[in-house]
Design a binder for this molecule. Structure first.
Ligand code: ADP
Ligand code: MG
Ligand code: MG
Length: 523
């Protein structure tokens, strides 16, 4: 299709067209669970003390134009990316070297590593590990060569709580629905058609990952004869609960698997490991039915990734308790740590041999170059020549403009952008060791598109930029010890996500209050 990014898409709407579109977005979203709970800054606790209200998730009115070559490539390399991160999580020795440096300056990383060490000392009882990953990209176009094909550049790789797989299938379906009920005016049609709106099976595909872990759980070793369940470890309050419910509902309807939600802060009061059991099954006691015990097959963490959630020593006790249990973790502590931004920086260093060594199997070797092509420039802030170069950028207001500084954190809102980098570095004081907890990344500048975002009942139109996430599911057996290699048992690409934000916004988090969920209109 001869469409380009500066085309007249999407078309302007008359007020009647806009009313029709919005009323359908509102109603379809609630009907189908494309919903969020309002943040307390939007609806105060006084107005909704029982937290009964839900509203349409922030969405774009139109699917955003996205280059098909980029979409296809991001999907094509996902299984190799899954293998890469499973291999890193399996290489405890190498990961430990990286973590050791970070742990000196980052208590959170240090505490996570200590949890792993404590379980290792006692001996792990579960060798299976589940990854539900999401690799995030922005489109990059060479500013000097307008004829060059657009490429994808990776923003980050998530190994814990990769969210929006539940809402993503639904926003794709919403935009298809709007097309089918003629809510998009005719000039839109050359762009949007059934073939430009690809299917997005993120819900069924991610749920299937949890289901295969559930089935692989080796209950025969203990055979408690208890009913089995999976447990979603969640935050409380959780505004994005409907995203998670979509997965839990699918587990029940398609796989007959029961899921419970357990706030991270209540793990120790509602789960236990029988002290006389060497297999260490994790037993869940639901608060609503304290006489019924369940054996937990799979722990799906949608919490526990932010230091703010670890409010006391009990929080760390809870994480250790879960890690040492026989339940399959999604993710294990090692997998969680493999998703550190520092690891991404090491892989992206051009002279680094690690990418090739982690992707040495014949099936994935052909992807090494393609994965390398997705890396933007990322630098350490240390004593190496690259590190010294990065520090010279990060301390110079003019040069820092094109960069983002990232600590080892997840969940949005933690990065420092452009002009704010030099004063931040200064605030760390003279101890350059403290710099090492951060990486410096070149800003990717995707072409601006036009779209409208419907958020908290308001429509904002203007220039936007998108971030494509591709989900990956991987189940593997951890290799423990030098002679025992890890083995990948299942590995697939699991659907996608497009998030779109106003061009002027630095962060893109939908839950963090910046962006919207979107779907791709391939061109
Ligand atoms: P988090 O783990 O907190 O989501 P990210 O690395 O994804 O951290 O950064 C948060 C957001 O910041 C991204 O969604 C994106 O909008 C923006 N961002 C991060 N890195 C870059 C980059 N190199 N270029 C442009 N934007 C970026
Ligand atoms: Mg992110
Ligand atoms: Mg992240």
């Amino acid at each position: 299709m001869a469409a380009s990014f500066d085309s007249g898409y999407p078309p302007p709407l008359t007020s009647e067209q806009s009313d029709y579109l919005l009323s359908n977005i509102r109603d379809w979203s609630i009907l189908n669970g494309l919903a969020v709970r309002p943040s307390s800054s939007f609806v105060s606790e006084k107005i909704d003390p029982s937290r009964s209200l839900a509203l349409t998730a922030p969405v774009t009115l139109f699917p955003s134009l996205f280059p098909r070559v980029c979409f296809d490539e991001a999907r094509a390399i996902q299984t190799a990316y899954n293998e890469l991160y499973a291999s890193i999580a399996n290489d405890e020795e190498w990961l430990g070297e990286v973590v050791k440096e970070l742990a000196e300056v980052d208590d959170f990383i240090s505490n996570l590593w200590d949890v792993h060490q404590a379980v290792k000392k006692e001996g792990y009882v579960q060798d299976l590990s589940l990854g539900i990953f999401r690799s995030d990209y922005m489109v990059h176009k060479h500013p000097s060569n307008l004829d060059a094909k657009p490429e994808i550049k990776q923003v980050e790789f998530n190994t814990i709580a990769s969210s929006f797989g539940g809402l993503s299938t639904k926003v794709s379906a919403l935009h298809k629905h709007l097309l089918s009920i003629s809510a998009y005016p005719p000039p839109t049609l050359p762009f949007i058609s059934d073939s430009s709106l690809p299917p997005n099976p993120s819900i069924s595909s991610i749920s299937r990952g949890i289901a295969i872990a559930h089935k692989a759980y080796n209950r025969s070793r203990e055979n408690t004869r208890l009913p089995l369940c999976t447990l979603f470890i969640v935050q409380d309050p959780e505004n994005n609960a409907f995203d998670q419910h979509a997965l839990a509902t699918n587990l029940l309807t398609d796989h007959n698997i029961l899921t419970f939600r357990l706030p991270f802060s209540t793990v120790l009061s509602h789960t236990h490991i029988p002290s006389d059991s060497p297999f260490r099954p994790l037993i869940y006691t639901p608060p609503h039915s304290p006489n019924t015990l369940y054996e937990v097959t799979t722990l799906y963490f949608r919490a526990g990734y932010s230091p703010a959630e670890y409010t006391s020593q009990d929080s760390w006790k809870a994480r250790l308790h879960l890690e040492r249990s026989a339940a399959i973790k999604c993710p294990s502590i090692l997998t969680h740590l493999a998703g550190s931004k520092k690891i991404q920086q090491i892989l992206a260093t051009p002279s680094s041999p690690h990418l090739s060594s982690f992707l040495s199997s014949t099936s994935s070797a052909e992807y090494i170059g393609r994965i390398r092509d997705t890396f933007a420039a990322i630098y350490p802030l240390d004593d190496t020549p690259e590190g010294q170069y990065a520090i010279s950028i990060a301390t110079d207001a003019d040069k820092a403009r094109g960069y983002v500084l990232k600590p080892q954190r997840e969940g949005g809102g933690n990065n420092i952008y452009g002009l704010k980098i030099p004063p931040f570095i200064k605030s760390l004081g003279n101890d350059s060791k403290k710099y090492r907890g951060h990486i410096l990344m070149e800003l990717i500048e995707p072409p601006a598109l036009r779209n409208s975002i419907f958020r908290n009942g308001d429509v904002k139109s203007g220039e936007v930029i998108g971030e494509l996430g591709v989900y990956g599911v991987c189940l593997w057996r951890h290799g423990r010890g030098q002679k025992e290699e890890g083995v990948i048992l299942e590995n697939w690409e699991a659907g996608h996500l497009l998030r779109t934000k106003g061009r002027e916004s630095e962060e893109g988090g939908v839950a963090a209050g910046f962006g919207a969920v979107d779907s791709v209109c391939l061109i």
